[in-house]
Ligand binder design. Structure first.
Ligand SMILES: [Zn+2]
Length: 301
């Protein structure tokens, strides 16, 4: 059994063909193409379906498809609610047009939940029963796994961990609230605080000994640690897996995060809670989408 996973990002669509026959699913092929968000949802989904047809011909038999998108979803109706950086994607149908064009069952999932599912199954979360995934890039998304199951909750909304308040009257967040973790520790906040163009630049500068850049990452890590502490107290995970572009900062951000976690969580055995970097890299979203697609396939079988 092979599943096609598709991760629809702001600049690129990443895909993977995952073979699910063995105990450990393995990628048969992967790649990416430009999203061209400006074309609108119908045209972007047509492009995805066209690539999907090629992949089915080349790497089939593929029996199911999973699609991850960056935003809140109406899982029951298989539609987006809105996607932050995608104008025109309000209440856009995804499952119905893709199923029609590809002739296969399609599962829809939030991209951070897909990341979490991938890291749980094949990455840094392997072997854990209870886990939290956090992906830190342009925004901060998350996912929660309890007793081996990715929790969905109402409409798949469990895991919006980037929008927990860290500073009550902190800077405005893209979600409309203030002082969210995302507004303090995501890539744009880090770049802004350091007076640089990108978070990568800040990490490079910090590694080169730039004190301001180092202090900015330390502060972002501290905020992240507060966020992790809040989630740890709610979920009691064995592992917290941190991915996304900002995780490339590694210990520059994880060490202050762990320090802050230790300062704030005193009622749990911290030695049993590991805060670690994700292992699957930028392909995690597509892998998680494929795993999710396999579930959609099972439901229709
Ligand atoms: Zn927010």
């Amino acid at each position: 059994v092979r599943a096609l996973g598709i991760d629809v990002g702001g600049t690129s669509v990443k895909w993977v063909v995952l073979d699910l026959t063995s105990a450990t699913p393995a990628a048969v092929a992967d790649g990416s193409f430009e999203t061209r968000v400006e074309l609108g949802p119908a045209a972007v989904l047509e492009r995805i379906a066209a690539v999907g047809h090629e992949l089915i011909a080349e790497h089939g038999p593929i029996t199911c498809v999973g699609t991850g998108v960056p935003g809140p979803l109406d899982l029951e109706r298989g539609r987006t609610i809105f996607l932050g950086n995608f104008p025109g994607w309000e209440d856009a149908p995804v499952v119905e047009p893709l199923e029609r064009m590809l002739g296969l069952p399609v599962g829809l999932i939030n991209d951070a939940r897909a990341f979490t599912l991938a890291e749980l199954t094949l990455g840094a979360g392997r072997g854990s029963r209870t886990m939290v995934g956090l992906t830190i890039g342009t925004g901060i998304g998350g996912g929660v796994v309890v007793d081996g199951q990715l929790l969905l909750g109402m409409n798949g909304t469990i895991g919006e961990l980037g929008h927990q308040a860290i500073i009550p009257d902190g800077p405005p967040c893209g979600c409309g609230s203030h002082g969210c973790l995302e507004a303090l520790a995501a890539g744009p906040a880090i770049a802004r605080a350091a007076g640089m163009a990108t978070p990568e630049e800040v990490v490079d500068a910090a590694r080169g000994g730039d004190r301001r850049a180092g202090a900015v990452l330390e502060q972002a890590g501290t905020y992240l640690g507060i966020g992790i502490a809040n989630v740890v107290l709610a979920v009691g995970p064995e592992r917290v897996v941190i991915g996304g572009g900002v995780a490339e900062a590694g210990e520059l951000i994880l060490r202050p995060a762990r320090d802050e976690l230790a300062r704030r969580v005193t009622v749990m055995p911290l030695e049993r809670i590991a805060v670690v970097r994700a292992e699957l890299g930028t392909g995690a979203g597509a892998i998680g989408a494929a795993l999710w697609g396999a579930r959609a396939g099972e439901r229709e079988a």
